[in-house]
Design a protein around this ligand. Structure first.
Ligand SMILES: NC(=O)c1ccc[n+]([C@@H]2O[C@H](COP(=O)([O-])OP(=O)(O)OC[C@H]3O[C@@H](n4cnc5c(N)ncnc54)[C@H](O)[C@@H]3O)[C@@H](O)[C@H]2O)c1
Length: 413
């Protein structure tokens, strides 16, 4: 038998059996040579603007459970909303849902991931917020009573072990409660950290396609160049769409959008009044308004503005309001009816979108889009409060919490 991390325990059992004439009982799960650690460190958001890194015991693995050693996790806008305002009233809670790491122990029933791909100790894993019971459900329901909170990793509080957020060194996945997880061993660490936010845009583009307007040669506006808008640009580019104008007030972000596929940029800070701004967008398309727009900011004003960038009969995907940021003013006659705008909203993703996202990231890499450069900064777990303040001040693009340093293109703090 070849000796490796997965079978070493079996070899020891056989040696002991040879010495004693009887083998000790096999553990009910595959585990690393050194055994499963006794405790894990978890950053719990315990009050507004403050995480405490706490130590909790790692329970015995059940037959459907998975223990993952965390490598890195992106800070999402939702984590930042929670950190600053707790809009969903979740405190105390273990956050971090854009995470990935290495499987270190597996319950004996777990042989495959949620897409049927074989899973073993040593594989790289991500979780998904969507439950296994219906692949087309687009989102967990925050008010769904019958869902154990531990099924949604890094967003909802749990009432038992607290090892359910990726801002940690180990995460404990309870497979029996319908959680979904994927073996992504064929992807590098930074790509794996980007899977979850990219899935949001894969879904938004799927929603956009239902209008029938988004085509190969469409003129497309992407408003907002945070990680969400930038990933939107990259996905459009991998689809072959080349006529993309980005709108933002941050020149650095606009510049980065060009690296991901934007053809032209409009800095809204340079234009007074919506008519001048709309004309700038029109100029960027050589005198045409956009066929389609993606609204990727959480700003109600930006929602009001975006209709002015779109041609009659064009389309709009609004995805910028994961949380309630207030009302936006539009003129239903001029903005919607008279222009016959095809409007779709988009929220999170389906399980199918998650799998499509893996292909997007590989294609982006193949055509040289520097998608992983979106992760500009990495902080260790014990600097998580600093990392959130840094991200809130828009000092970087995607900020990550990591237990291992990222490559040289990232500022490791
Ligand atoms: N639909 C979903 O499921 C989903 C999922 C995740 C995030 N979101 C939402 O997407 C939004 C963007 O996320 P992010 O992480 O990229 O945020 P971010 O704050 O990093 O980026 C927003 C960008 O919008 C720009 N902006 C602000 N006002 C603007 C205006 N009037 N015109 C043009 N640009 C303007 C900002 O300069 C910034 O670069 C957030 O509001 C978030 O809630 C939605």
């Amino acid at each position: 038998m070849e000796m490796n991390a997965q079978n070493i325990e079996e070899i020891v059992r056989q040696v002991l059996a040879g010495m004693n004439g009887s083998a000790p009982a096999a553990p009910s799960y595959a585990a690393p040579a050194g055994g499963v650690p006794k405790t894990a460190h978890v950053a719990m958001l315990t009050s507004l603007g403050h995480y405490d890194v706490k130590e909790f015991p790692i329970p015995e693995l059940g037959d459907d459970d998975i223990l993952v050693k965390v490598e890195g996790t992106g800070i999402c806008g939702t984590d930042q909303h929670e950190f600053k305002k707790d809009p969903f009233g979740l405190i105390p809670v273990a956050l971090g849902h854009e995470g990935t790491g290495t499987v270190v122990a597996l319950g004996k029933n777990v042989t495959k991931d949620s897409a049927g791909k074989p899973l073993k100790v040593g594989d790289k894993l991500v979780t998904c917020m969507i439950f296994a019971d219906d692949p087309d459900i687009t989102m967990f329901d925050l008010n769904k009573q019958n869902v154990g909170a531990a099924d949604v990793y890094g967003l909802l509080p749990d009432d038992d072990i607290h090892l359910n957020g990726w801002f940690s060194d180990y995460i404990f996945i309870k497979g029996s409660r319908g959680s979904t997880y994927f073996n992504v061993s064929d992807m590098d660490l930074k790509s794996r950290i980007i899977i979850e936010p990219a899935a949001v845009l894969i879904h938004a583009v799927e929603r956009a396609k239902t209008t029938g307007i988004l085509r190969f040669n469409s003129r497309v506006v992407v408003q907002g160049c945070g990680p969400i808008g930038l990933l939107c640009v990259a996905i459009l580019r991998t689809m072959g769409i080349e006529n993309i104008t980005t709108v933002d007030g941050n020149e650095q972000r606009l510049e980065f959008s060009k690296k991901l596929g934007a053809t032209r940029t409009v800095n809204f800070m340079n234009y007074k009044g919506i008519d001048n701004l709309a004309n700038a967008v029109k100029d960027s398309f050589n005198g045409h308004l956009a066929d389609f727009a993606f609204q990727c900011t959480g700003s109600p004003v930006a929602h009001s503005n975006v209709y002015h960038f779109i041609r009659n009969g064009g389309g709009l995907c609004e995805l910028g309001f994961f949380i309630n940021n207030g009302e936006a003013t539009i003129n239903p006659h001029f903005d919607l009816c008279a222009k016959e705008i095809n409007l779709v909203g988009s929220w999170v993703y389906t399980l199918r979108d998650y799998v499509t996202t893996f292909d997007f990231l590989k294609r982006a890499k193949a055509i040289g889009l520097p998608v992983t450069d979106l992760i500009t900064d990495a902080f260790p777990l014990d600097k998580i409060n600093e990392a959130h303040e840094f991200a809130l001040a828009q000092k970087g693009l995607k900020v990550a919490i990591t237990n291992v340093p990222l490559d040289g293109s990232t500022n490791n703090h």
